[in-house]
Design a protein around this ligand. Structure first.
Ligand code: OXD
Ligand code: MN
Length: 586
């Protein structure tokens, strides 16, 4: 089924191990998708939603034990444990292969094995990379078709002699005790077993485009990042592109599709990507970004016409919903969606919803939809060269400490700012929600190698690019003493983006603080926003004592990386401590 001998051999080996009843090479066509969809409707994997309100939309209810990424059993299997770093779970490659191959032995008996050639990135882009995912899940095939460029054209790319990542996936028995997501970066190989959930099973996404790609990017001189990419158009029609890294479920999709407030006449935001950016040094000394994905796999709860109108207009046709609730007339429903809560809802497990049955949608319920359906989708999203990045923005979900926005003094300070990102955990991964943890560059779950080496790689861009982006940190999630969010967020985040683009153009003012540059209240365009001056002051406040403790915490976190930690990061801690002043040290 392929003229590529390495691919043909690998498929033969995988089939000999997993013993499927049949093998299907996916061509990515409409007819193929229809056939698979019909089969999934027939066996209950999918339910058809209301054809009048939601044409070609489906609901998938996953096994209730399989609703999020599983970081504790996600491993990076390098020959040398230090190469994976303390930021990753590790297993020796030989042990990992033994473990996984025992699980795969005969696991596809009675099933079809699907072979999905895919391309991450625009066709014809020198930055795009191919992969082949083998899976026994038609739900994975349907989702991969939306999220990546799958089928005949991707296979042709491989057959033209381009390298490809191998990804073997089986849902197995969906038994949490027999669930592992293993990465072998030295072999450009992924082995995933026991889960059908997006981040564990759509191998082009987190496994390939972040963990394996970050490994490749280090040796090849580029960056694979957990970042949205957007273009900000000013009333003069000039577009400034920014890439922004936030931990999972912190609003990347909302920010990527932002609609500016009414008072910002003539401003527009263009969506290039909502989750992953591959950044390459360009000949002009700038960093150029492509979005390797072709779709959005976003969190449904909280999405509404108020929080993300572009997203709501993207959904509603040709969409796969996973673990949302269902109205009596067959429409998807989730907490935070527009309108009153209807009667007679079924929850994400298909049970009649009552006050006792918990949320209607699972907090990590998702939609899978083609990016091309998004009204704000950028005309540049398929440009093989990508878009030039003027600003990198880091952010976390922090109820205290971090102000609304900070600008780094230089690249090394920017790398430090990214390395020190902390955020409260969310439902996107299994585990306790709401715990503050360090999530450097929002890559804690996704960096395929030792963070210390990763930061050194980031620092090395100072030598690679003459015209690097400015680096910022934002926090939309600061809370007051009563636990209420102080910043309205969503479309009003445009006010911060405007200041950022103006800083990039050298046109906005900033004040200096011990931890970076910041707008004074007068530097932010707050036209049309009602916000008390007290709240604004609090949002922009830097408490030296709190920041002194923050430096202690960051230093403790860095200590985990031992002598591999780049000295430049330790120097940033010292520099900031000096600026804060010794009297403030906790
Ligand atoms: C995602 C995640 O699904 O970050 O994008 O968990
Ligand atoms: Mn993500």
């Amino acid at each position: 089924m392929t003229t590529n001998p390495a691919l043909a051999r690998w498929i033969e080996e995988v089939a000999a191990l997993t013993k499927p009843d049949q093998i299907h090479w996916c061509d990515g066509s409409e007819e193929e998708n229809e056939r698979l969809t019909d089969a999934m409707l027939a066996d209950g994997t999918l339910l058809r939603l209301n054809e009048d309100t939601h044409p070609n939309c489906y609901l998938h209810r996953s096994n209730p034990n399989d609703v999020a990424r599983v970081e504790h059993v996600t491993m990076v299997c390098t020959q040398n444990q230090d190469d994976a770093g303390t930021n990753n779970h590790w297993m020796a490659p030989a042990d990992a292969h033994r473990k996984m191959d025992a699980l795969y032995d005969g696991c596809m008996r009675g099933r079809t094995m699907y072979v999905i050639p895919y391309l991450m990135g625009p066709y014809e882009s020198p930055y795009s990379r191919a992969g082949v995912e083998v899976t026994d899940s038609p739900y994975v095939v349907a989702n991969m078709r939306v999220m990546a460029r799958t089928g005949t054209r991707a296979l042709a790319h491989i057959e033209a002699g381009n390298s490809f990542i191998k990804g073997l996936h089986s849902i197995g028995e969906l038994d949490p005790e027999r669930r592992f997501i293993m990465h072998f970066p030295e072999e450009l190989l992924i082995k995933s077993y026991g889960s059908g959930y997006g981040g564990n099973a759509l191998l082009g996404k987190k496994c390939h485009a972040l963990r394996i790609a970050s490994w490749q990017a280090r040796s090849e001189g580029w960056l694979a990042e957990h970042m949205l990419i957007l273009g900000i158009e000013n009333p003069a029609g000039e577009v400034t592109y920014v890439a922004a890294a936030f931990p999972s479920a912190c609003g990347k999709t909302n920010l990527a599709m932002l609609v500016p407030p009414q008072a910002y006449a003539g401003w527009k935001v263009w969506t290039v990507g909502d989750d992953i950016a591959w950044l390459h040094p360009g000949e002009d000394g700038r960093l150029w970004a492509i979005n390797p994905e072709a779709g959005f796999f976003g969190v449904a709860p909280g999405t509404s016409m108020k929080t993300n109108p572009n997203c709501m207009q993207t959904l509603g046709r040709n969409t796969i919903y996973t673990n949302v609730g269902l109205t009596a007339d067959g429409q998807p429903w989730w907490e935070g969606i527009d309108g009153d809560k209807p009667a007679n809802l079924l929850d994400w497990q298909g049970r009649p919803h009552t006050a006792e049955t918990g949320p209607v949608a699972h907090p990590n319920a998702r939609f899978t939809v083609a990016a091309a359906q998004c009204p704000s989708y950028s005309a540049k999203a398929n440009d093989p060269r990508g878009v030039p990045i003027s600003a990198i923005i880091f952010g976390g979900r922090r109820s205290s400490v971090a102000p609304l926005v900070l600008e780094s003094l230089d690249w090394a300070h920017g790398v430090f700012t990214g390395a020190a990102v902390a955020s409260e955990t969310t439902a996107a991964a299994v585990g306790q929600v709401g715990q503050v943890r360090r999530d450097p560059m929002a890559m804690k779950p996704f960096c395929g190698y030792n963070f210390a080496d990763y930061w050194a790689h980031w620092l090395s861009f100072e030598e690679r690019c003459a015209n690097l982006p400015k680096v910022f940190h934002v926090n939309w999630f600061r809370k007051d003493a009563d636990g209420r969010f102080m910043w309205p967020g969503y479309g009003d985040n445009m006010r911060v983006l405007k200041w950022i683009t103006e800083r990039c153009a050298g046109a906005a003012k900033a004040v200096s603080t011990p931890v970076g540059m910041m707008p004074s209240p007068a530097d932010l365009d707050l036209t049309g926003l009602t916000l008390s001056s007290q709240s604004l002051d609090a949002l922009l406040a830097i408490d030296p004592a709190v920041w002194a403790r923050e430096m202690d915490d960051i230093e403790g976190f860095f200590a985990d990386f031992g002598p591999r930690l780049p000295p430049a990061l330790r120097q940033q801690v010292e520099r900031i401590r000096e600026q804060i002043g010794p009297q403030q040290a906790a």
